[in-house]
Design a protein around this ligand. Structure first.
Ligand code: PLP
Length: 414
């Protein structure tokens, strides 16, 4: 099936989105006001230069910077991935070691490897036990599933006092502090760099992201790499959607959101689906009597698409409902009432046994969430293989697995 036919098919079936991007199939906000092929222009006179902005894109950055006055902002069109890689490149010029706190996105590992840096994976509680002098600590908060690192501002202050630097990957947190009923934005953490994917939870186009830096020197050093890694043909549609999402953020009224959220939560419970709330009120983890993988499948069969499924449950990213949205809320409740039980059929998976004890030659990454399970160069252990087999049974996509198997199969044939 062609991509365009597939996309039209989802539209025709009135697919309901519980996943990113935050505009939920253009039903939240009204991106159609600013997104039209007519506006897909390039850097003609008057439209500025994204990598050395001094006109309208500079104005956009200044506007975005007002989200938290003390930060410099840079709109980006290649996602938070780009911001993470460029920040790690910039810090690698001066720092001697990276600490990765918690479950980091694969781009963190890619960047540390690209700069030939050294890194240690630690928990937030272990920060007081390591040497922070001249290091850079990379936090991920909120996590993919909406968990926030507690008292992160104190941890960041502690690191600063010990002459370390900090990056917060807040890809999933662009909507935080949108009203006083949401948890604090990571911009209040005072980290040296905070990167937010506007596309994930706000109504912005996919890849819309904003890099916030605390001082001008970091800003310039990171811009040096953004200039090298980011496309030199930025999409004005993505850029316009960032401005649109910021306006949405600045004027949001959360009453409908919390009202619908309460109705949805009660309805799910009536339908026999358990709801686990997260620190972020816009995230739910759901479970059913046949387990999360079967539940996700029955949602899918009802044309309700989730963000992710893991052993923990099915992750839903709730829409930022608002007066005048076009989200199919009543239809969602109806489809949930008529949900059919589903099970996971065993399709027979490729045998991964050949990888036992072998050196991993390409990162093995369950996706989503994109948190690496085995890194290139590490030895693949029995417990890794057990996790891989578990993911296979449950049809979780695993990047890098075929490449490793083919490599070792070919060598075995020689
Ligand atoms: C924790 C985390 N950081 C960064 C990213 C990358 O963000 P982007 O899609 O904006 O490049 C993701 C993507 O899912 C993520 O989950």
């Amino acid at each position: 099936m062609s991509l365009i036919i597939k996309l039209k098919d989802l539209e025709h079936k009135k697919a309901i989105s519980m996943h990113v991007p935050g505009h939920k199939n253009n039903t939240i906000g009204n991106l159609s006001d600013v997104i039209s092929p007519d506006y897909d222009l390039t850097e003609i006179p008057g439209l500025d230069d994204l990598h050395d902005p001094f006109e309208v894109l500079n104005d956009l950055n200044i506007y975005l910077g007002k989200k938290k006055g003390s930060y410099y902002a840079q709109a980006m069109v290649n996602g938070t991935t780009n911001g993470i890689i460029c920040s790690i490149y910039a810090f690698s010029e001066t720092v001697s070691h990276f600490y990765i706190v918690g479950e980091a996105h694969k781009s963190v590992y890619h960047a540390v490897s690209l700069v030939n840096g050294t890194s240690t994976l630690i928990s937030a509680d272990e920060l007081s036990e390591v040497s922070l002098e001249n290091s850079c600590v990379i936090f991920t908060s909120p996590s993919y599933s909406g968990t926030l690192i507690k008292n992160i501002e104190e941890k960041i202050e502690f690191i600063r006092q010990h002459n370390g630097f900090t990056i917060v990957d807040a890809a999933h947190g662009a909507h935080l502090s949108i009203t006083k009923n949401f948890p604090d934005s990571l911009l209040l953490s005072n980290a040296d760099v905070v990167i937010e994917s506007y596309h994930k939870m706000l109504p912005a186009l996919t890849m819309a992201s904003v890099l916030f830096t605390r001082n001008e020197d970091f800003h310039h050093r990171i811009m040096h790499y953004i200039n090298q890694f980011e496309t030199s043909s930025p999409s004005y549609l993505v850029l316009a959607s960032i401005e649109y999402a910021q306006e949405f953020y600045n004027t949001y009224d959360d009453r409908l959101f919390f009202g619908n959220r309460r109705i949805l939560m009660n309805h799910l419970k009536v339908c026999g689906i358990s709801v686990q709330k997260q620190d972020d009120p816009a995230k739910f983890i759901l479970n059913g009597s046949n387990g999360p993988y079967a539940l996700e499948r029955s949602f899918r069969e009802a044309e309700i698409y989730s963000e992710m499924v893991t052993d923990e449950g099915v992750l839903w990213c709730l829409p930022l409902w608002h007066v005048g949205d076009r989200y199919l809320f009543d239809e969602l409740l109806e489809r949930l009432s008529n949900l059919k039980e589903s099970s996971i059929e065993d399709k027979g998976n490729i045998d991964v046994g050949i990888l036992e004890g072998k050196v991993c030659i390409e990162n093995i990454v369950p996706y989503p969430p994109g948190v690496p399970l085995v890194l290139k160069g590490d030895v693949i252990s029995t417990s890794h293989l057990k996790r891989i087999q578990h993911y296979q049974v449950n049809h979780v996509k695993i990047e890098g697995i075929d490449y490793n198997i083919n490599y070792y199969m070919k060598r075995a044939e020689l």
